[in-house]
Design a protein around this ligand. Structure first.
Ligand code: FE2
Ligand code: FE2
Length: 279
């Protein structure tokens, strides 16, 4: 099988609760038996919501998954957290296929992504940290997560299911090779590997600025998220973090500003990867 086919494969969506669904995809790591989840979510309440739109590479499967959960014309809201390709990959298709959907996003997202997508501004609703959006049988509380890789980044908290969509926060690599089962809960992870993965991704893959942040102020932002008491934290790049692991996840994240900076993969690592590939 060609390598490019090996690196992506389908994993069925995970039903997190009666009205919360996690759309799953993975990206395999180079040279390591690891992968990174590429998640998005669907809320099926009175007014269904698509939360982030996956990656373009997984388009066909992502659309099949999402529209097996909710009919396109029933989608009332599309929330897009920020402009990265793994969150906006199917935005244009979704807005075209879901004529009754309003796009929830930040002003900064439109400002930064209009060179890629011609936003239907009359179908947009700009939201910001601290806003709430009434979606019929619940509210979406909008907040800026403690760690992010774009100034446009927002997260949402569903007041009914108490699901937190934390966007890129808590990102980590997890064990995974082509054909292996996908980790479905962070409790399956080795504790030290989870800490190391979140630290490496947090500092080198997401927010190098965190090492310059005031540790107390940064930790206080994490505590703000923790105090919402989520029943589950879903993120773009981690298995689900259920309530019994949220404190541990927040402890790891909250210490990131003062964590020793791990080495970042450099040319010597690339040389090893290329050697392993036989190039
Ligand atoms: Fe991102
Ligand atoms: Fe991401």
């Amino acid at each position: 099988m060609p390598a490019e086919e090996l690196r992506f494969e389908h994993h069925p969506f995970q039903r997190i609760g009666p009205d919360v669904h996690l759309i799953q995809d993975v990206q395999f790591a180079l040279g390591q038996p690891l992968c990174v989840p590429i998640n998005s979510a669907v809320l099926t309440g009175q007014e269904p919501v698509i939360i982030d739109t996956g990656s373009p590479r997984n388009r066909r499967q992502w659309l099949d998954d999402v529209f097996s959960i909710v009919e396109p014309e029933d989608v009332r809201w599309v929330f897009v957290s920020h402009e990265d390709a793994d969150h906006t990959g199917n935005l244009e298709t979704v807005m075209a296929r879901c004529p009754n959907a309003t796009l929830l996003c930040s002003w900064a997202l439109v400002e930064r992504f209009s060179c890629v997508y011609d936003f239907p501004l009359h179908r947009c609703r700009w939201v910001a940290d601290g806003d709430t959006v009434d979606i019929g049988d619940r509210q979406l509380a909008v907040l800026r997560p403690p760690i992010f890789d774009s100034p446009s980044t927002l997260s949402v908290f569903d007041t009914r299911s108490r699901m937190m969509w934390a966007t890129d926060t808590f990102a980590t690599a997890i064990p995974g090779t082509p054909g292996s089962a996908l980790t479905q809960d962070v409790r399956e992870l080795d504790q030290q590997a989870w800490r190391d993965g979140m630290t490496l991704f947090g500092i080198h893959g997401l927010a190098p600025w965190v090492s310059m942040a005031d540790p107390c102020r940064f930790a206080a932002n994490v505590t703000t998220l923790q105090r919402l008491d989520p029943s589950v934290v879903l993120t773009g790049h981690s298995p689900p973090i259920h309530a019994n692991r949220v404190d541990e996840a927040c402890e790891i994240l909250g210490s990131l500003a003062e964590a020793p900076v791990p080495p970042c993969p450099d040319q010597s690592v690339l040389d090893l990867i290329l050697a392993a590939m036989g190039d």
